[in-house]
Design a protein around this ligand. Structure first.
Ligand code: NBP
Length: 478
């Protein structure tokens, strides 16, 4: 075979990824279960580069140079397993199967283990950036063996997005499922970012009394500063859009029930298993879920609360500036929580993930791309064993400077009855982490009272139990 890479699964993602490889000078073997899609791709885009159309799995495998590099871009879950079962018997030792779908990282761990026993490298790759990213340059998060990255890395570096400093947004994240895990957390952070932006919008709309067009302007302005990011940019676009049918702001004609495909939920489920407090991401998932409960919301509509009274023009302007502070501070907390989860996953599964390298490959191509990520990279580069992003001096100083406004925004929202679960959860995390004493001591007392779960003392080593049902003497339980 002469093709340096093959792509099987030619729906939007696979097709665009194949074209991206071809446009970068690689010979690409293409295959799809339904062969009509393969022919359509070559007919439509064949002039963009060098494609080898394969109708059967055997032809596809034969078209690839050795060691073979074969990208699977099919629906995650059972279809991915079916395709692996179909191709694995046709491969030889040293060949590389790349799964570019949105696999759950536990599936990737299992597949990697099974294929490793057969001498085949299995590389789970997180790919972010949607259709456009796949074609023009995604952010790429490959796991798998270091050896497989030697063969794969140079190709991925060519097709990946380029950060502002020119470096490709791809790195070997770590072995087995490290790439899919990091992609999962990326999506969790994306949920949190979107929720925080939504809360900022909601406050500007209600408390500041701004129109969607005016809020679009505000976001455009914020996008020139430290919040500079893809999500802020598209938020301004969405808010400025006017519905053609009604002439109303687009945002006012869309049903206010958010949907989700599940990667945010995975992040929270895994965080619970790992014992990582990702409260901002969890609130974002819950906020989408709550918005979808139409019947609960309808039944609650008669409950009382303050009527929102918009601020005057001058106050509104000052309030908008405070909301920017609250949004930025909460965003720092979301990323702090997300990177904590990456570090926890890395320790649990022994992946040795470099958080600075992860921040670096999120700088372009993916949905959460932002100027901010370059600063996270800088923080981890300066101190790779940073216990938390909040312990970075610059982020700590910034959040310290933002906190008065952050608190004021949450107080105003609470006073006026506007829900801000993301902002509040972020502030609670910040205040809890920096507290000298937490009420967890009381929790331990209660646990010892009803379940003899024991507790530790501040002044002596060992674990203890108080005889709550008896004379309340303390006994050592070591
Ligand atoms: P889909 O997720 O819609 O999958 C369609 C593809 O899967 C078609 O090529 C289809 O072949 C193939 N397929 C199925 Br379904 N079952 C199969 C089976 N049993 N055997 C062989 N092929 C099978 O495509 P997509 O939207 O391009 O996404 C591909 C992957 O990329 C997914 O895992 C997705 O989660 C992930 N992803 C998507 C995005 C995005 O923005 N869409 C972004 C990042 C990652 P057929 O043509 O014969 O039916």
């Amino acid at each position: 075979g002469t093709a340096q890479i093959g792509v099987t699964g030619l729906a939007v993602m696979g097709r665009n990824l194949a074209r991206n490889f071809a446009r970068n000078g690689f010979t690409v073997a293409v295959h799809n279960r339904t062969a009509a899609k393969t022919r359509a791709l070559v007919e439509e885009f064949g002039s963009e580069g060098s494609f080898v159309a394969a109708e059967s799995p055997e032809d596809f495998v034969a078209a690839l140079e050795r060691p073979r590099r074969l990208v699977i871009m099919v629906k995650a879950g059972e279809p991915t397993d079916a395709v692996i079962q179909e191709f694995a018997p046709l491969l030889e030792e040293g060949d590389v199967i790349i799964d570019g779908g949105n696999a759950h990282f536990e599936d990737t761990r299992r597949r990697e283990r099974e294929l490793r026993e057969r001498g085949i490298h299995f590389v789970g790759v997180g790919i972010s950036g949607g259709e456009e990213g796949a074609l023009h340059g995604p952010s790429i998060m490959p796991g798998g063996s270091a050896e497989s990255y030697e063969s794969l890395g140079p190709l991925l570096e060519r097709i990946a997005a380029k950060a502002p400093d020119g470096s490709p947004c791809v790195t070997h994240v770590g072995p087995d499922a490290a790439g899919h895990f990091v992609k999962m957390v990326h999506n969790g952070i994306e949920y949190a970012d979107m929720q925080l932006i939504a809360e900022a919008y909601h406050l500007l709309r209600t408390v500041a009394g701004y129109s969607p067009a005016k809020i679009a302007e505000t976001f455009r302005d914020w996008n020139t500063g430290r919040l500079d990011s893809y999500l802020i940019e598209i938020t301004a676009e969405v808010l400025a859009h006017v519905d053609a049918a009604t002439g109303k702001p687009f945002v006012d004609v869309v049903q206010d029930r958010a949907e989700q495909k599940g990667t945010g939920r995975w992040t929270v489920q895994i965080a619970l298993d790992l014992g990582v407090p990702v409260s901002g991401i969890a609130e974002a998932v819950f906020a989408r879920s709550l918005s979808g409960h139409a019947e609960l919301r309808e039944a609650a509509r008669s409950l009382t609360g303050p009527a929102v009274s918009p601020l005057g023009e001058k106050e509104a302007e000052a309030f908008a500036a405070q909301v920017e502070q609250a949004l930025y501070a909460s965003k720092i907390v979301s990323y702090t929580q997300g990177f904590h989860q990456i570090q926890a996953g890395s320790e649990t599964y022994d992946w040795n993930v470099d958080p600075g390298a992860v921040a670096a490959i999120w700088r372009a191509g993916c949905i959460i791309r932002a100027a901010f990520l370059d600063r996270i990279r800088g923080a981890y580069d300066a101190q790779p064993d940073l216990p938390s992003l909040l312990s970075d001096k610059r982020f700590g100083d910034e959040i310290g400077a933002a906190q008065d406004d952050w608190r004021a925004v949450i107080m105003e929202a609470t006073r006026q009855g506007v829900p801000v679960p993301g902002f509040s959860a972020a502030l609670a995390y910040y205040d809890a982490l920096r507290a000298e004493r937490l009420p967890a001591a009381l929790t331990q007392g209660q646990r010892d009272f009803f379940g003899a779960h024991t507790y530790r003392r501040t002044d002596r080593e060992g674990s203890f139990h108080t005889l709550w049902g008896g004379d309340r003497t303390e006994v050592s339980t070591d």
